[in-house]
Design a protein around this ligand. Structure first.
Ligand code: PBG
Length: 309
């Protein structure tokens, strides 16, 4: 009766992976999460929507032979993501569809953008131009929300102008505003096949895990450039950032409980060291209590099922 914070199904966003194969495939480092065929993605979306989850974020797994150094497949008419968005939107017009805007599913090197000639850095402005085109194509394919997850400078404003110029005025921008250069993304990179022999270092564009003030500055910039919602990512290790962003902005605040946060609870529970259900609940309550309005979590479906009893 006196509990101050509750997780509601309507707070949850379900991340889903889609590949071009006919069947589904397990992801070893993310128990229970699958790379799904397009038809199975549509089926899963229907089920989570029926459970009361308002939104899904769809991530494409691009076949290695379609990747190159410049991520050209991102803008190709046969990009799997566009087909997936279109089919889900046609089947479930009321489900909110979120699409990442970044090149990492499409580049051989796994970076979120194109690289400079010496291959040592991401080329910010050239990347932003490509991202604007990708955002437009995602919106045209059926995305309600485009979510730049790349952390290039100036991309939110550029995407906003591009959407406006194309009269896509109803498309929202969810900015991955405070996205840290985190080791907790490891299992996600397994899922989309962007893991490299040498872990990719994204520290020139993602935030330093030690920096709170810089995170607040990124949020401020993205808000000023026209973001409709902002995100903090990862969530669990950055609860102070979530709280500080909550106090700084009036925009809806989304927290991403990332793949590594999900994997560590599973791994410890598998070893018999942690109580799976209670740690799942507690991890989400902490994120909500810190100030998040919405949580992207791989636990979304399970939480929704439990809440139905
Ligand atoms: C890519 C992207 C990443 C995640 C979401 N979009 C990985 C990265 O930046 O390397 C990670 C999500 C997760 O770990 O669950 N732009």
């Amino acid at each position: 009766m006196t509990r101050e914070t509750r997780i509601e199904v309507a707070d949850l966003i379900c991340p889903l992976f889609v590949h071009a194969e006919a069947g589904n495939e397990a992801i070893t480092s993310m128990p229970g999460v699958l790379r799904r065929s397009v038809p199975d993605l549509v089926r899963e979306c229907r089920e989570v929507f029926d459970l009361g989850i308002p939104a899904v974020a769809i991530f494409p797994v691009i076949a290695p032979e379609k990747k190159d150094a410049r991520g050209r497949q991102a803008l190709a008419p046969d990009n799997l993501l566009f087909r997936a968005l279109g089919e889900v939107k046609a089947a479930l017009p009321g489900l909110v569809l979120i699409a990442d805007v970044a090149l990492d599913p499409y580049t051989l090197h796994g970076h979120d953008g194109v690289l400079t000639a010496d291959g040592r850095e991401v080329e910010n402005d050239a990347t932003v131009e490509i991202l604007c085109q990708l955002a437009l194509k995602e919106a045209e394919a059926g995305a309600d929300i485009v979510a730049p997850s790349d952390m290039m400078d100036g991309r939110v404003g550029a995407i906003r102008s591009a959407l406006d110029a194309a009269h896509l005025t109803k498309t929202c921008i969810l900015a991955y505003a405070a996205k840290f250069a985190s080791a907790y993304y490891g299992p996600f990179r397994d899922a989309v096949g962007s893991r490299q022999a040498q872990p990719v270092c994204k520290a020139t564009y993602q935030l330093d895990p030690g920096n709170l003030r810089e995170a607040l500055r990124e949020v401020e910039l993205d808000a000023r450039e026209g973001a409709d919602m902002v995100m903090v990512k990862p969530a669990g290790p950055y609860l102070d950032v979530i709280r500080a962003v909550r106090e700084q902005t009036k925009l809806p605040l989304v927290a991403y409980q990332v793949s590594g946060e999900y994997a560590q609870i599973h791994a410890a529970a598998q070893a018999g060291w942690l109580d799976y259900d209670r740690c799942r609940e507690e991890s989400l309550l902490g994120i909500k209590r810190a100030g998040a309005d919405l949580i992207l979590t791989y636990f979304a479906r399970e939480v929704a099922e439990k809440s139905k009893g």
